[in-house]
Design a protein around this ligand. Structure first.
Ligand code: GDP
Ligand code: MG
Length: 724
């Protein structure tokens, strides 16, 4: 079978990922937000007897190595030499998107243009003459609507045809850059060809252009040949001076002007016709008048967030209670079928109560994810970034830091792992670092169950309000810490913000479903694997070494005594009294065993310190486990309180157990929520932080965040004690 490697490339938000998903049948994250695909993805599909290997490249505006995405895209093309680029363009913004197309053509790699979003083009009354466009560019052009798959077959056919015709040969397009630059370009091209300077990788003229554009990456690659490099540099410097003197401009700017000129001239030749102005009613412009209005915009944003939490709780409560009931019935059943002992304890306390605690939040989380997916796919999230930019700037961050924050859980329910990775779209290393270090403060999907649990136990009347406040507090603290870091450890200038706002679109059901399912599945998968493993480990740590021999004998004799007294009891009242005493004894015994266990000892050891913030030794165990993964906090509390309370009445869920425990009260709950919100990022996040910066900063995040969290939790708890 033939084999063919195709790269999908294009500007951010052109619909690459959507097209990639429909072509390969995979379910990658599609966001109506520029710059969301930072890592490359691959898919495979068979079509007309050919095996197509498809790479989804990150979105980029140019092939100059200004940003990481551009560099990644270029490296894939040059190092791996795919047979073909399918350049996805938003046909309703053809002129702007062709800027990148022209650069592919200049590089010479075989290109097929996917003229995407034809539905938008049609509804806006624009007509595009496909043949004329293909002729002007010198490459095949296929109209598509990635969302419903229209034009997909034709595109793939064309791709295979072009691949077969071109056989991997690169044919660079030559554009004229005017009387000042052209002669210099020719001179450089000649020199490059004579010396075989980087010619194994790039066409000569292309390297010359990159030198003129002062492309750092290429200049660096060229440093292996010092003589040629410095000769080229000299030519560039001369031209630069010349342009500055005569035209008051720079080579980069002139090159960009001529590229746009080329595109403009091409489109003029009957390629594109726009409708008369009056017929156009631009939904996006009209909506933005309200949604990004100076005063109305932020108010609407806050209202939407608040509404989102209200809806989540209103709809999520019943399925959640049902699941919790199912799990406690299961626990009940297992404790009846399996005799008391380590196996029963492992299954009930370690597995069912641990995992059940985590899984019973699935309905709530799913509802929240559906709404977030809706906001993302509609294009509203990009407006949030746009509105937040001004605020972020004052705190030393960047408008593009908003997305990492949101992905990390800024609107609740994200995950810091992709959040930290999303910070790659930031250009300035300092802003990137500040973003990476503060994004983990957001209320990620794994912290939410802890909040829900404690809110359920102590503040059940103010659910939405408290969730909303947690979100606000998270943003405030993240921003303040960013400000602090940017004026101490990570000082430096801010960079300007350029982000294109995508048009508003109705999210597709499929898109929202994929989005929601992606995140929910992640949560469930984690519960079934990592969390299960940690849960069992922690159960063992909470069960062994168990009681000392003395304790055990003392307990047994007490138990026998009580049982005997119960048998000898004459009145039913007396009998009941003894049976209660027996249960109490069992509880004490469970608590004593837990306290004597490895985890219990560690938790108790930390108690003198942690009591300042209101945490008892059981909470300490859970918080320590939470560093492995935040979901473990709830499962560990589940196990700890289940081991402590033998009386596993089916109706007592974890929330009630905690509410009834003398160690807990509303102030301790607030302090614990604040601590969980802010303390050390989970293990995976720490690894990702290290990968995106270095281990020094990863360790910093671990220690610094915990210190911040503990100080604030202590302040809240101590202040609360004073007031109450
Ligand atoms: P990427 O950044 O290039 O990967 O773009 P995405 O695939 O993430 O798509 C950006 C947005 O455009 C999403 O909201 C898609 O649903 C939407 N979209 C993609 N293709 C089409 C299309 O053909 N027509 C319309 N109307 N919307 C599309
Ligand atoms: Mg994408």
């Amino acid at each position: 079978m033939n084999n063919c490697t195709i790269a999908f490339a294009g500007n951010p938000n052109a619909g690459k990922t959507t097209l990639f998903n429909t072509v390969t049948g995979s379910h990658h994250h599609v966001g109506n937000y520029p710059g969301i695909t930072v890592e490359r993805k691959e898919g495979h599909v068979q079509f007309a007897g050919t095996q197509l290997n498809i790479i989804d490249l990150p979105g980029c505006y140019s092939l100059t190595a200004y940003t990481q995405e551009e560099l990644v895209a270029r490296q894939v093309l040059v190092e791996e030499r795919p047979d073909l680029v399918i350049n996805v363009v938003d046909a309703s913004k053809l002129e702007r998107h062709l800027y990148l197309t022209v650069q592919f053509l200049e590089l010479g790699i075989p290109v097929v243009l996917a003229l995407n979003m034809m539905d938008d083009v049609r509804s806006q009354g624009i007509t595009i003459n496909v043949e004329a466009l293909a002729k002007g560019l010198g490459c095949d052009v296929c109209p598509t609507i990635a969302r419903n798959g229209e034009g997909k077959q034709n595109l793939l056919q064309q791709a295979i045809k072009t691949t077969n015709e071109r056989q991997g040969k690169w044919q660079p397009l030559h554009i004229s850059y005017g009387p000042d630059i052209d002669p210099v370009l020719n001179e450089m091209e000649q020199l490059i060809n004579e010396r075989n300077f980087l010619t194994d990788k790039y066409p000569a003229r292309w390297s010359a252009i990159k030198f003129l554009e002062s492309d750092e990456n290429l200049v660096e690659q060229g440093s292996y040949d010092q003589t040629t490099s410095s000769q080229l540099q000299q030519i560039v410097t001369n031209l630069r001076d010349h342009c500055e003197k005569t035209l008051n401009s720079f080579p980069e700017a002139i090159i960009a002007d001529y590229r746009y000129g080329f595109i403009h001239a091409l489109l003029r030749k009957n390629v594109i016709t726009f409708p008369e102005k009056e017929y156009r009613f631009d939904v996006t412009d009209n909506l933005d008048k309200f949604l990004t209005h100076r005063v109305l915009g932020p108010s609407i944003m806050v209202f939407l967030l608040y509404a989102m939490f209200q809806i989540t709780f209103a709809f999520g409560e019943y399925p959640m209670q049902l699941l919790a009931f199912l799990f406690s019935s299961l626990a009940d059943f297992v404790s009846r079928v399996i005799p008391a002992g380590y196996l029963q304890s492992l299954l009930v306390s370690g597995v069912i109560d641990g995992i059940g605690g985590v899984l019973s939040f699935v309905p709530l989380i799913m509802i929240m994810f559906i709404m977030i997916a809706f906001l993302e796919d509609s294009g509203y999230m990009a407006r949030v970034a746009y509105m937040m930019d001004k605020v972020f700037r004052t705190f030393g961050l960047h408008g593009s830091s908003v997305m990492p924050f949101i992905i990390s859980g800024g609107i609740a329910g994200g995950c810091a792992v992709p959040g930290v990775m999303a910070a790659r779209t930031l250009r300035s290393p300092r802003e990137k670092l500040a973003t990476i270090l503060t994004a983990p403060f957001m209320p990620c999907g794994a912290k939410i169950p802890v909040f829900l649990l404690l809110i359920g136990a102590f503040f059940s009347e103010y659910k939405a309000l408290i969730m909303f406040s947690i979100t606000l507090v998270a943003w405030m603290i993240a921003l303040l810490i960013a400000r602090l870091l940017r004026s101490t450890l990570i000082k430096g200038e801010s960079t300007p913000f350029v982000m294109e706002l995508p048009p508003y679109r109705w999210p597709t059901l499929r898109g929202v479903m994929i989005h929601t399912w992606e995140r929910t599945a992640e949560y469930i998968k984690k519960a079934g694997t990592v969390i299960l493993a940690i849960s069992i480990l922690l159960w063992a740590a909470m069960t062994f070494p168990g009681q000392t021999a003395e304790q055990a004998t003392a307990y047994q004799s007490q138990q026998q005594q009580l049982q005997q007294m119960m048998e000898q009891a004459t009145t039913p009242q007396q009998q009941q009294q003894y049976s209660i005493a027996l249960i109490d004894l069992e509880k004490q015994q469970g608590a004593a065993t837990l306290k004597n266990s490895a985890a219990g000892k560690l938790g108790t050891m930390l108690e003198p310190l942690s009591k300042w913030a209101g945490f008892d030794w059981r909470t300490n165990i859970a918080l320590l486990g939470g560093v492995a993964a935040k979901e473990v906090i709830v499962s560990t509390l589940g196990t700890a309180y289940s081991l402590g309370a033998v009386d596993s009445d089916a109706s007592t869920n974890l929330s009630e157990r905690i509410a009834n425990d003398p160690h807990w009260n509303p102030i301790a709950a607030l302090s614990a929520m604040l601590f969980v919100l802010l303390y050390a990022p989970c293990f995976v996040t720490i690894v990702v932080i290290a990968r995106e910066s270095n281990w020094k900063w990863a360790c910093f995040a671990l220690i610094f965040n915990s210190a911040v969290a503990f100080s604030l939790a202590t302040i809240i708890f101590q202040a609360g004690k004073l007031v109450s």
